[in-house]
Structure formats: C-alpha cells, structure tokens
Design a protein around this ligand. Structure first.
Ligand code: OAD
Length: 235
C-alpha cells in the first residue's frame, strides 16, 4: 500500500510563481488593510472594495504558472497517496496536476450567492459558480437574485472544511508543511493532529516556532526545499 502524504501549503509555495504572500515585507497585508478587504464586516460595509481586491488577485492568477514545487507535489502521486490541504485561494496545485486539493480558505476562480444575513457562513456546494478569471462587480447576481460574492473564507467566518482537514492530517504517514507562516487559525494548528509516529517536514526560508521537536525544518524556498525533501523521501 502507498504511504499517505498530506501537504499543508500556504502563500509561500506560490511566491516563486510570482504571487505575493500576505505577511512578508511588501506582502499583500503591507499594502492592503485586512479589515477593509478580507473580513465579513468589510464585505457588509463596502462590498465593491472587497470585489476589487479579489478581481485584482484573479487577474494576477491568470498571468502566472505553477512552479517546480507545485509540480513536484503533483508527481509525488505516482509513488504516494497524496492529499493537499491548501490555505491558498489560487489554483496552481490543480494546474500542476494534483488531483486531491482541499481549499480551506476558498477559491479565487469561484463565486457564490450571498446568503441571508443570519446565514452568511453556510452555502450549498451546488450554488458555487466557476467564473475562471472574470471580474465580479456589485450588481452581478446569482439566478436566485442575490449578489455574487467571492468563494473565499473571510476573517470572521467559519472554516467549513476544517474537520475534513483534521481527519486527513491524523491519517498522514508523512506531513509536509510548505510556505505558510502558521499564523492563521484553525489552519495553523492542524499539524498538532498528526499521529506520533508520522514524519513531519517544514519547508520555509524562515525558521518557524513550532512546539514539536520531531519536526524537521528545511530552511529553503519551496522549489529548492522540495529537492532536499526528495532525498529524505528516498531514504
Ligand atoms: P503568509 O504570508 O502568512 O506566510 C507566507 C510564508 O511563506 C512565510 O512564512 C514566508 O517565510 C514563506 N515564504 C516566502 N517565500 C517563500 C518561498 N519562496 N518558498 C517557501 N516559503 C516562502 O501566508 P499564509 O501562511 O499562507 O487567509 O497565510 C495564511 C492565511 O492568511 C492566508 O490563507 C490568507 C491570509 O490572510 C485569508 O485571507 C482567509
């Protein structure tokens, strides 16, 4: 039976494709205020500003390609049973060829109808529309007549896929944590669900402060780090 690899990825894996991370110097949160573009309150107050922010991200995504780290993870499927849990809203894992990708924080190329005020967190999978790289603006409505919103988990909203992610992490023989600062919960706490006999690797140019001395930290960019990781996996 193939060993199970679970990957937790973040913005850093897409940095070498040309997409900005959030918290590095000159990252997205240095140039935009989270509370104006990425919270549920921002959406309620000024939805067009939020739509503009994600329209720009979608346009940028249309111009970039998966890098060697995304491709490495896709190729791992020939030897391992691989699940990717990504905090990224880009589609670079899928475009690299990965077949099982769970998007914890939503997907840029999708929208869904805004629900009634009391029920903003919940949505049906059937209501999600694929818009590829199109813009969305105020007045763009779903068939049910409600405003379309980005299919993104805003700060202040629930993370519906976290239970599935916990289950995957708990079953991993090998856990890879690539390109995330581990600063946004609940995603940041996922690695704690790994079983005691699993192997855990972090790939990040920065050393992360993690409370688990079994974790091997590979201090490198994603594309360099996967080459080092390959040597560990071949042992
Ligand atoms: P961050 O911007 O918080 O962290 C990016 C991490 O990538 C940092 O630890 C960097 O050191 C690392 N990094 C930078 N360049 C890299 C490279 N070339 N290769 C590998 N790693 C590199 O991004 P996330 O951890 O993904 O959520 O952020 C988590 C969430 O916060 C995002 O999903 C987003 C954001 O607010 C929402 O908007 C809901």
């Amino acid at each position: 039976m193939k060993k199970k690899i679970v990957v937790i990825s973040g913005a850093g894996i897409s940095a070498e494709s040309g997409l900005d991370t959030f918290r590095d110097s000159n990252g997205l949160w240095a140039n935009h205020k989270i509370e104006e573009v990425a919270t549920i309150e921002a959406w309620n107050r000024n939805p067009q500003l939020v739509l503009n922010f994600y329209n720009k991200r979608r346009e940028e995504l249309s111009k970039v390609r998966p890098n060697a780290a995304h491709l490495f993870l896709a190729e791992l499927e020939s030897k391992f049973d691989v699940d990717i849990i990504t905090q990224n809203v880009d589609n670079l894992h899928e475009r690299a060829g990965s077949t099982r990708v769970l998007h914890l924080h939503g997907e840029l190329t999708k929208v869904r109808p805004e629900n009634s005020y009391n029920d903003k967190d919940s949505y049906s999978e059937e209501s999600i529309l694929d818009i590829r790289y199109e813009n969305v603006n105020l007045g763009d409505l779903a068939v049910n007549g409600s405003q379309l919103r980005p299919h993104i988990v805003f700060f202040g909203e629930a993370v519906p896929k976290i239970e599935r992610a916990i289950d995957l992490v708990s079953k991993a023989d090998i856990l890879l944590i690539i390109g995330t600062s581990l600063s946004v919960y609940p995603a940041a706490g996922l690695y704690r669900y790994a079983s005691f006999d699993s192997k855990i690797y972090i790939i990040n140019p920065e050393k992360l402060d993690v409370d688990n001395d079994r974790i091997i930290q590979i201090q490198a960019t994603a594309t360099e780090g996967v080459k080092i990781l390959e040597q560990y996996l071949n042992k």
